[in-house]
Design a protein around this ligand. Structure first.
Ligand SMILES: NC(=O)c1ccc[n+]([C@@H]2O[C@H](COP(=O)([O-])OP(=O)(O)OC[C@H]3O[C@@H](n4cnc5c(N)ncnc54)[C@H](OP(=O)(O)O)[C@@H]3O)[C@@H](O)[C@H]2O)c1
Length: 263
């Protein structure tokens, strides 16, 4: 199985912690040069310095930018691609705040749409020429199982994730002939800072302790445990390899079997 990413350049968004950080490690382990992107400068510096370098000459870098600021994002992505064309894009960023859809403001929808969809489109348009010139492109969007079963209490997220899934499926057909695949990875409950925040918020709102909230979540997971960021990252990294060239336009749940939908 061809898993070697030597000579490939990966841009990993939301890479200062959690699933993005874990994905950067896996891609570097497979030989890719990795550029990390997020807002937290200290974390990015530390993570970039510690990424694996199994091949001589492998180099990793980082850039700090707010993905809500589309103009700056485009400028940063252009600089990254000018330095070295990017063949692998991991579209990943923080999840929208919770709450029902019917009480969410128009501004909340706009913000989420900008951060998740417009940011992705901006990165795509900036990096696409390099992918086409390489004859190799891998775009993986980290979204949510809500694209198969909308999640109660995540109204804005459910809406925007579905938009990203529709965008990705459309792109997958448009770009396949150029050797570019576009796929989505749907994490289940994964032990990251986001999950820790979710547990704390639900405990505070319900009067239960965090362990009780966690047990309630785990009751819905056949594997009866939370996922590790590295387990999500392993699937993301596989989708970026030559071996995954014929996997295109799919949404893969990595959720311990929680999603009950057939496809
Ligand atoms: N963990 C789960 O259980 C779970 C389940 C389903 C779906 N997901 C989704 O999967 C994705 C990753 O999850 P995670 O748990 O790894 O999330 P996380 O721990 O909250 O990490 C989010 C990453 O995105 C970056 N980020 C957030 N806002 C940004 C912005 N405006 N501009 C640039 N970077 C930004 C953060 O870095 P900075 O703060 O440094 O910018 C961080 O590196 C999220 O969309 C999440 O909703 C997670």
């Amino acid at each position: 199985m061809q898993l070697d990413l030597s000579g490939r350049h990966a841009l990993v968004c939301g890479a200062s912690q959690g699933i993005g950080h874990a994905s950067a490690i896996e891609l570097a382990e497979l030989g890719a040069n990795v550029t990390l992107l997020a807002r937290s400068v200290d974390a990015l510096q530390t993570i970039a310095a510690g990424l694996p370098r199994p091949h001589a000459g492998q180099r990793h870098d980082w850039r700090s930018v707010d993905m809500l600021d589309i103009t700056s994002l485009q400028a940063v992505a252009s600089e990254i691609a000018a330095d070295q064309p990017v063949q692998i894009l991991i579209n990943n960023t923080g999840g929208p705040p919770g709450g029902p859809a019917h009480t969410a403001t128009a501004a909340a929808f706009e913000t989420a749409f900008r951060q998740h969809l417009l940011a992705g489109q901006t990165l795509l348009q900036t990096l696409l020429p390099g992918m086409r010139a390489s004859g190799y492109g891998r775009i993986v969007n980290v979204i949510s199982t809500s694209v198969k079963e909308p999640i109660v209490g995540l109204g804005v997220s459910n809406t925007v994730r579905a938009a990203v899934a529709g965008w990705a499926k459309t792109l997958s057909a448009e770009l396949a002939a150029d050797g570019i695949t576009v796929n989505n990875v749907l994490p289940g409950y994964t032990r990251t800072q986001r999950l820790a925040g979710l547990l704390a918020a639900q405990a505070a709102a319900s009067g239960r302790n965090e362990d009780e909230v966690a047990q309630g979540m785990l009751a819905t997971v056949p594997a009866r445990r939370f996922g590790e960021a590295s387990e999500i990252a392993a699937v993301i990294a596989f989708l970026c390899t030559p071996a995954a060239a014929y996997v295109n336009g799919v949404s893969i749940a990595v959720d311990g079997g929680r999603t009950r939908a057939l496809s």
